[in-house]
Design a protein around this ligand. Structure first.
Ligand code: SF4
Ligand code: SF4
Length: 188
């Protein structure tokens, strides 16, 4: 089991962003684009979508897009830096693909995260490091009620995201073949 888990970690969480994108695309194809084949996954993804949409609504209510846009335009920029793109992993990318997100990565994004589009982050389900929302701009510029709702909704997303990830990892333990390693993906 330990060997199998090490293989799973190497396959889904290691490598470059492009390695993980390739792997997510491969896993998506392996699942036949039919999450219904994994028990409980369709329902869990539906709940995750609801929580993610509720969080996005809260962010809109707090005008975070505007706030982050202003922040990104200042020297040093905002927190969606190129480095942050490396926090994406194949399972989180797979979740977005299963939810119909058009996952595109811009390698030539300069200082910005390659997943940052003109309308903000392109993910419906972000890497967990992107769910902190504890920068000074947000902490000092938000009403306490809004902040509480933001953290409560982010926590709900995180809980459900963890559940979906667990279901997928359980499935991937069964179906991942040794050939699907990052090394082999690099060679393909
Ligand atoms: S979350 Fe905070 S640090 Fe990041 S871009 Fe928005 S305002 Fe700036
Ligand atoms: S929130 Fe989205 S765009 Fe920003 S760093 Fe995270 S993945 Fe990149």
């Amino acid at each position: 089991m330990a060997h199998q888990d090490a293989h799973l970690v190497q396959t889904c969480y290691s490598g470059t962003v492009n390695d993980k994108l390739k792997q997510a695309g491969r896993l998506h194809a392996d699942l036949g684009e039919q999450p219904a084949s994994v028990p409980g996954l369709t329902e869990a993804l539906g709940q995750l979508r609801e929580h993610a949409c509720a969080l996005n609504e809260q962010m809109r209510a707090m005008e975070m897009g505007q706030r982050c846009g202003q922040c990104a335009a200042t020297p040093g920029g905002g927190c969606c830096s190129a480095f942050m793109a490396g926090n994406a992993d194949a399972v989180q990318l797979l979740i977005n693909l299963l939810m119909g997100v058009d996952v595109t990565y811009q390698e030539q994004s300069g200082e910005n995260c390659g997943f940052l589009g003109p309308q903000g982050c392109l993910f419906l389900v972000k890497p967990i490091f992107c769910l902190n929302y504890n920068c000074s701009h947000i902490l000092t510029g938000s009403e306490p009620g809004h902040l509480a709702a933001l953290y409560q909704r982010a926590a709900a997303v995180l809980r459900q995201q963890t559940e979906v990830e667990g279901l997928l990892l359980e499935e991937l333990r069964k179906c991942l073949k040794p050939k699907a390693t990052v090394d082999n993906l690099n060679a393909s």
